[in-house]
Write a protein that binds this ligand. Sequence first.
Ligand code: GA4
Length: 332
Amino acid sequence: MVVLSIPAVEQFSIVKNCKPISSFFPSNIPIIDLSKPDSKNLLVKACEEFGFFKIINHGVPMEFINNLELEAIKFFSSPLNQKEKAGPADPFGYGNRKIGTNGDIGWVEYILLSTNSEFNYQKFASILGLDPENIRAAVNDYVSAMKKMACEILEMLAEGLKIYPKNVFSKLLMDEQSDSVFRINHYPPCPEVQEFNGRNLIGFGAHTDPQIISLLRSNNTSGLQISLEDGHWISVPPDQNSFFINVGDSLQVMTNGRFKSVKHRVLANSLKSRLSMIYFGGPPLSEKIAPLASLIKGDQDSLYKEFTWFEYKKSAYNSRLADNRLVLFEKV
Ligand code: GA4
């Protein structure tokens, strides 16, 4: 990414004042040990309170993480004009600054892939002089491990919620047609942010994820923030050995609002580059999404109308990042 002069960064018009960031909270981000089978109640609590938690003892081989990180570093350190041949992201491929198609921009470059359609690794890699088989193997190993962990977490959540069968959520990711996506974000350092005195340059603007569940792993550079219900933003201390999980809009709907799809964003760092890899577990396009009957208690109402994932995705792609995409599907 080309480093911009200060006026050019101002032109970016994404420098925002943040509400004060709670300093006490970070240590309270729920930390869940996946190796303990009795973690299911803690998982439910974390999804109800924050829609966000950190996973330790995840069992994902470090080799998978390191191999993919290495391939990503090789890719992002290639010259911009070469990388651009693998773009623009529509929505898949290489993207730089532009997020989605409705005018959102961020201090970020990325690769976005669909996990169920064949990606042209040959073309992608040969542009950059990389080995397509190494990239394919690194992505496949990593994405398979993410799918496995996502299903494990979703099954523990179903058990914690006492809903049966326990694969009620995970079967959507296991489906051959599961519309899951995988994204690698690179946030180059932005030394100019220091000039903005307590103001911050947005790497990836505030949004909720449309899918069921998102699994994020980053290097040790800070930047990720989550929004509390009172509007405060809190910084999530990075941890390259753990995964950060958030509830997506679809899981919020299926639990009739019991689990929260957390709003989050990434701020650019002035000194260090941030690399994150995110798996977004989604249902098949034809899947009907609605609150599960077993989660609508007594005289409670269903908060959402039924919709297919295709309908939701279509409307999401017509929205801006910061929009509340679920309002359209709320019952009045
Ligand atoms: C947010 C979560 C995922 O990164 C993503 C994003 C997608 C994109 O970058 O193409 C969207 C965004 C995300 C939600 C609203 C629309 C679509 C950009 C955008 C403005 C891949 C996804 O599924 O939804």
